[in-house]
Design a protein around this ligand. Structure first.
Ligand SMILES: [Ca+2]
Ligand SMILES: [Ca+2]
Ligand SMILES: [Ca+2]
Ligand SMILES: [Ca+2]
Length: 309
């Protein structure tokens, strides 16, 4: 992580005067080849992409690095542990890395945004509640993305200018009409009542795999995800991204563990309801993926698995 932060700092120094020192600015590498969306992080298909953690221990590290809003409530200045103790969940496990621990890989190419997550979880839960579309009640990953990097202040009255929430549930794409959800800003308001409409989410793809105990949990999983620029261009993405494009982002993985409804979540690399607190991607032509760089060959599946241990 220190290495990534140093990369961020160097980008900051040369590329931008609009961010204060200490903001989280990350180089977003460009893939040499599209990953296969099969839930297998295979060989070097994600090698060299931006890798960030999202876990209770990451929130601890964030508190130490960026300061605390409320240490009792596990609220750092840039993240929060809102995991819950579900019915039947051991109190010694709930809200710890044994409850939820994830890595997130991020990169781009001319077609879209590519993301993979590997998660150690103690209970798989994509069912329950009255509404299948309620992604906050499902094991899933939400990307809060500010496509124009406006960094607007916290929105308390429900008015937005640039909010987009792209959610992928931890399940195969065709297993549910709700696997992909997209909430976006329409006329200043969050609009997600049609967030699963097939036309709206046309081109969004994922690959899911039940990974058993592969990362040290009991109900581990991998999701590989693709979000197409062509689709986002229909809304508030102003132009095809190019080298130097900036976007704001925050990661929010819900983690119910057999709950009927909402069962807890984390918010990482920015408070999700406050775009001014988001981290920043700077789109770069640093190559990622196969033959992207010799130095990243070690960034293999074996090393990925070892990052959880
Ligand atoms: Ca793959
Ligand atoms: Ca839990
Ligand atoms: Ca869990
Ligand atoms: Ca879970």
């Amino acid at each position: 992580m220190k290495k990534l932060l140093m990369v961020g700092a160097s980008v900051l120094a040369v590329a931008s005067t609009s961010f204060a020192q200490g903001d989280r600015v990350f180089d977003l590498p460009m893939l040499t080849q599209a990953p296969v969306l099969d839930g297998v992080i295979d060989g070097d298909e994600w090698a060299g992409s931006l890798e960030l953690g999202c876990s209770p221990s990451q929130v601890q590290a964030d508190g130490a690095e960026y300061g605390w809003r409320d240490i009792e409530a596990q609220q750092s200045e840039v993240s929060v542990n809102q995991l819950a103790q579900s019915d039947g969940e051991d109190a010694a496990i709930a809200r710890t890395d044994a409850d939820f621990n994830s890595r997130i890989w991020q990169a781009w190419n001319e077609d879209g945004l590519w993301v993979a997550t590997a998660v150690a979880d103690n209970a798989h839960d994509v069912e329950g509640g009255e509404n299948g579309w309620a992604w906050w009640e499902r094991d899933s990953l939400s990307l809060y993305v500010d496509l124009v990097n406006e960094k607007e202040e916290a929105v308390l009255n429900g008015e937005y200018t640039a909010l987009n929430i792209i959610n992928f549930q931890a399940r195969p794409l065709d297993s549910s009409p709700y696997t992909v959800s997209w909430a976006r800003t329409v006329e200043g308001a969050r609009s997600d009542d049609d967030g699963n409409d097939p036309d709206l989410i046309d081109g969004f793809l994922n690959g899911y795999r039940d990974a058993g105990d592969e990362f040290g949990g009991e109900a581990d999983y991998v999701i590989e995800m693709f979000s197409p620029w062509e689709n986002l261009l229909r809304f508030n993405l102003p132009a095809m991204p190019t080298v130097g494009t900036e976007m704001g982002f925050s990661w929010l993985p819900p983690d119910p563990d057999g709950d009927d409804g909402y069962g807890g979540q984390l918010q990482c690399w920015g408070w999700a309801d406050d775009p001014s607190n988001f981290s920043t991607w700077v789109f770069s032509d640093t190559p990622a993926g196969p033959a992207g760089a010799t130095a990243v060959e070690e960034d293999s599946w074996g090393r990925i698995k070892s990052t959880f241990q």
